[in-house]
Design a protein around this ligand. Sequence first.
Ligand SMILES: [Zn+2]
Length: 541
Amino acid sequence: MRAEDLKLDDIISFSDGHLSLHGRRLIIHDIQAMAQLRNDLVQTVGTGNTRRILTRFGYFWGEADAAGMDRIMEWDSTEEWLRAGPHLHRLQGLSRTDITDLEIGNSGKFRMEIEWHNSAEAEEQLIELGPSPVASCWILIGYASGYASYCMGEPIYFKELKCRGRGDELCRALGMDHDSWGEEAKSFADDMQIGEIRGKIKELTAELRKKNAELARQRRRMRKSGSFYMPDSPHLPSKAYGLVLDSASRVAGFDSLVLITGESGVGKEVIARFIHRNSPRRNKDFGTINCGALPEELLSSELFGHKAGSFTGAISDRTGLLEQTNGGTILLDEIGDISPALQLTLLRVLQEKQIRRVGENINRDVDVRIIAATNRDLERDVRDGRFRQDLFYRLRVVEINIPPLRKRPEDIIPLARFLTERIKKRLDLETLSLDPECIRYLESYFWPGNVRELENAIERAAVMSEDGRIRVEHLPPSILRVIRQAGPPVTGEMRRLEDIERRHIRRVLESCGGNRSRAARVLGIGTTTLWRKLKKWDISG
Ligand SMILES: [Zn+2]
C-alpha cells in the first residue's frame, strides 16, 4: 500500500458518540479551546515548559499513529509508511503538510523537510497570544518526531525553521537523525523524552524494531529480486510463519520429499506452491490432488493413469497426474487418508521412480518431486497401524508444520487485508474495505478453520455489504456469536437464563472443535467451571 492511497474512510469510523481512528478512540477539539489551554499553560508553567509539554503530547500522538498505521496497513516500503504520517496529519485537520525533501540513507542517516501550510497551532498562537517571537508549532514538531522515530526505529528530531506563528508565510521544518543534529540533539532529546527509564525502554524497543524492519526489508528485497518468490501471498509478520517460510525456502533448492502438516485451512498448498516456485523445477508443472476426496480406484487412476477397459468407466487410455507433471512437483494432500494398498503402491513409486498405469504391466519412468500434506497426526496413525511406517519415514524427510492462525494472531490483520483485496478482484467489486471495528472483531476471534474460515467470512461479508464497506454486522452470525460471548437473542417467548447459557456454551464448544480449554477461554470462565456445567447438562465436548 502507498501513502497516497490512504483514505480517511478506511481508517476512521464514527458510531454513537464513539469516533475512532485505526481502532483508537479520538475526540475532536475546538481550536479556540486549544488556544485557551495553550495560553493557560504558558501563564502557569512558562513558555519553555509549555513547549516541552506540547511537544511530548505531539510525540506520543505521532508514535501512536505510526504504530496504528503499521498495525492495520501493509506498506510497500518504510518510506511509504513514513509518508503516510503527513498524509494522516492532513486528514486529521492539523495542517496541509507537504514533504519537500526526503533522504533515507544507509547506517541511520535521515533527512526530511516538510512544509505546513495552514498549521492549526500557528493559528492558535495568533488567535490567543498574537505573533510569537519563537516558532510555535510544538505539537506538530513532536508529532513529526514521534512518527518518524517510530518508523525509522531510531530517534529523529524535527525543528521548525520558519513559522507562521511568528509571522513567516508558512511553517517549514527539518527532521534529521540524532547524529546529524550534532550538539543540538541533546536539547531535542530532553524535550521529547520522559526521563531515563522511558529512554531505556525506547532504546530497547527501537533496537527490536530496527531488527524487524531490517528483516522485513530483506524479505521485500528477496521477493523483488525473485530469489525468494512468494506466489499470491501476503507478507505475514509472525515469527512462526517466518520460520515456516525459512524452512520452505531452504528445502526448495533440494529435491527432498517434504511433508507439510497443519490443521485444515492453514494454507498447506500455498507452502507447497512456494516450494515448487522456488525450486529448480519451477518451469515445469505443479499438480495437486486431494487423496481424501476420491475412492481408491479413482484415486489410483488419477495418480497413475489407466488402460482402457481396466475398470468400469475406463473407456480409453489415460495418463495419470504423475506422468502429466513429469519433471514438476505434485502435492498429495490428505495423504493420511489413502488405503493400505495405495500406500504400498506409492512406496514402490517413490523407491523405483516408476509407475504402472492401472490395468497395464508396463513400467514407465517418472521424475516428479512429491510433497505430501496432512492434517492428521501421522505418527499416531503409524503407531495405530493405519499408516505404513516405511512410507511415513520416506515422506517425512523434511517436515514443515504450519501453526494454526490462533497461535499467530499478528497475522490475522495482514491476511484479512490481503484476502479482502483478493475477494474484491474475484467478485469484481469497485471497492471493498474493512471497517476498523470489524478489524478488531476479526482480531479477537480464534479462527478454528484458519485462513480458509477467514476467507469465507470475508467473502460472505463482502456479499452482504451493500456499499463495499465490511462492517461487523456483515460477519457470519456464527462468528459474531462467539465473539460477543452473549446468549442468543430472546425471540418470542421468554427463556430461562440457564437455557440461554446452555445453548451458548454448546455453540462455543462446537466452534472450538470440542476443545474445552479453548472454549473456556472464549467464554471467560475457568475450565473447571465449564467442566461442571457440561457435566450438569450432560453435554460432551
Ligand atoms: Zn509553525
